[in-house]
Design a protein around this ligand. Sequence first.
Ligand code: GRG
Length: 296
Amino acid sequence: MSDFQSWVQGIQTRTESTLGLLLPDSATTPERLHTAMRYAVLGGGKRVRSLLAHAAGEMCGSLAHRVDLAAASVELIHAYSLVHDDLPSMDDDDLRRGKPSCHRQFDEATALLVGDALQTLAFEVLSQPDFCDDARRQLEMIHLLAQASGSRGMAGGQAIDLASVGLNLSPAELEYMHIRKTGALIRAAALLGAQCAANLDQARLQAIDHFAKRIGLAFQVVDDILDLEANTATLGKTAGKDAEQNKPTYVTILGQERAHTLAAELHAEAVAALAPFGDEARRLIQLADFITRRDY
Ligand code: GRG
């Protein structure tokens, strides 16, 4: 196993254990809701957002136990978005992370509540009074996550996505949507990891911001390619959904070959943003490689 692979496994394990501790026990009333929350969050997912938070945190000298909480808050928002995205009124998907989606395993009302409760739990975690000794910084972090998740971020991107079915978007319109739907939370993950540093260097923060914007978009381009090229078993979610639902994607708009080229260009731009930091940015650069070369 490479040094990077063992780093990834280590972060995935500590993310799982932090989330396991933060989520209410299944035996706590209301048991069905808590069981469903744990079902939706634990035991699956690549934890890309947590990995980004930790990699950015390492580059900025952040305190690891703070990054654990910041990363968990982003993973909770992400898990909520997947639960709601799978609902019949949205993407209507039966499979998520290789198992029945939350509303299929439980029921629609429970899945709605799971999303609601995961979202508020994320902010409960980030607003814990002992999370950070700099109250202003903590407020800025809460604000960042709220903006990234809301109608000018992820939820807004999802609204544009739902309204785009059957439309022939331009590449610029597609980018506008994905900067919000997928990119905003990925950017927030990296910035929150950096903001867990006691002494934050603004040059580093700006470079990470630039990196995260480019790699967030690359993540989506790769997602669109995988929807076409990968199979359901590898993805752990239904492949071919975009075409089935007549959704505009980077593949339908640019074609398969140009979508691959775009992913490579975005990757190169992301990596270039970190060049001044040399080996200190190595984990983020390894993650950029992982995000663009992944097959699930
Ligand atoms: C419902 C408000 C609301 C938002 C939903 C994230 C999202 C917005 C929808 C998911 C649909 C989708 C396939 C988006 C493309 C990129 C993406 C977020 C993929 C899933 O993220 P991964 O691959 O998932 O990081 P894992 O399971 O590994 O955590």
